[in-house]
Design a protein around this ligand. Structure first.
Ligand code: AMP
Length: 281
C-alpha cells in the first residue's frame, strides 16, 4: 500500500492508474478504524480496480464544543488494517493541503441537512459536504463508499453528487455491529466500562420500535415507548420513524421506513438506525 500525503503525488499516481485503464474507488474516513471501516474497503474492492482510503479528521464538521481535539486516532493499527484488507493507497493529507487559503467550495446541502442530527449539530453537514466535495475534486473517483450508519450523511452526499452533476457512483454498506448489536463507532472508545455494558440497549430500543411498528402500533405510541425505555443514563436527542428515502413523514406511498435515533451516553454521542421495507405498499 502506498502512503501519500500530498495532493500532487496522489494525482500523479492516480493519473498513471487511469492511463492503464483502471477505475478508482474512494473510502473517506477520519481514522480510528474499526471492522466497519474495513468492510467499506471490501466493498470498494468489489467496485473498482484501485482503492484509495483516506484518513482526515475534518475540522470544519466539528463545532467548537465538540471532540475535534480528542478524536481517537490509531495510525499504526489503521495502516495495518488497510494493508491486510488490500487497500492500494492511503491518502493522509494535512489540513493545509485540504484547505489552503482562499479555498472556496460549492457545497449546497439543502433542507435535509437541517433535520435530525442537523438540529443539534447545525454546522456539521456543511462541513461534511465541504470535505467530501474537496476529496471528490482531488481524487475524482469512479465510486465512493460510505456507511449506512451515517444514514443522513449518505443521503446528503447522494444529493450533493446529483446537484453538482458529478459522475461518481455512491455505494454503501450496512451498519457493522458488535456481537451485542451496538453499532461500531470510533467514538465507542469514549464509553466507560459501565456505559459500554448499557450501550446495546440503544439498538434494542430501535428493534423493539420496529417490531411495534410491524404489529401496527401508532407512531406516537411507539416513539413514546422508546423514549421511556431509553431512560437515564441515555439522553435522547431524537427518535424518529420516517420515510427512508426522503427523511420526511411517512405517507401512503412511502416504500421504505427508517427508525433513526441519536442519544448521548455520558460524553459519547451514539447514532443508530434500522431501515426496512413497508409490507403493505
Ligand atoms: P468515520 O471515520 O467514522 O467518520 O466514518 C467513515 C465512514 O465509515 C463513513 O462512511 C461511515 O458511515 C462509515 N462507518 C462508520 N461506522 C460504521 C459502521 N458501524 N458500519 C458501517 N459503516 C460505518
Amino acid at each position: 500500500m502506498r502512503i501519500i500525503e500530498t495532493i500532487g503525488a496522489l494525482q500523479e499516481h492516480l493519473g498513471q492508474c487511469r492511463d492503464q485503464g483502471k477505475t478508482i474507488a474512494l473510502v473517506p474516513t477520519m481514522g480510528g478504524l474499526h471492522a466497519g471501516h474495513l468492510q467499506l474497503v471490501d466493498k470498494a474492492k468489489t467496485s473498482a480496480d484501485i482503492v484509495v482510503a483516506s484518513i482526515f479528521v475534518n475540522p470544519t464538521q466539528f463545532a467548537p464544543n465538540e471532540d475535534l481535539d480528542k478524536y481517537p486516532h490509531s495510525p499504526e493499527a489503521d495502516k495495518k488494517g488497510l494493508v491486510d484488507r488490500g487497500a492500494d493507497v492511503l491518502f493522509l493529507p494535512s489540513v493545509q493541503q485540504i484547505y489552503p487559503e482562499n479555498q472556496t467550495s460549492d457545497y449546497e446541502v439543502g433542507e435535509i441537512a437541517a433535520l435530525l442530527c442537523g438540529k443539534s449539530r447545525p454546522i456539521h453537514f456543511d462541513g461534511v459536504a465541504q470535505v467530501v466535495s474537496r476529496f471528490f475534486d482531488i481524487v475524482e473517483p469512479d465510486v465512493a463508499v460510505f456507511g449506512e450508519k451515517d444514514y443522513q450523511q449518505l443521503q446528503i452526499i447522494k444529493q450533493l453528487v446529483k446537484r453538482q452533476n458529478r459522475n461518481i457512483s455512491i455505494a454503501s454498506i450496512e451498519i457493522a455491529r458488535e456481537s451485542d448489536g451496538l453499532a461500531m463507532s470510533t467514538r465507542n472508545k469514549y464509553l466507560s466500562t459501565s456505559e459500554r455494558m448499557l450501550a446495546p440497549h440503544f439498538n434494542q430500543a430501535l428493534r423493539q420500535a420496529k417490531s411495534n411498528y410491524e404489529s401496527g402500533m401508532a407512531l406516537d405510541d411507539l416513539i413514546n415507548k422508546a423514549r421511556e425505555s431509553l431512560g437515564r443514563p441515555f439522553e435522547l436527542d431524537y427518535f424518529e420513524v420516517l420515510d427512508a428515502n426522503t427523511l420526511t413523514q411517512i405517507t401512503t406511498s412511502s416504500a421504505d421506513v427508517i427508525i433513526v435515533s441519536a442519544v448521548k451516553l455520558g460524553i459519547t454521542r451514539l447514532i443508530d438506525n434500522i431501515v426496512f421495507r413497508r409490507s403493505n405498499v
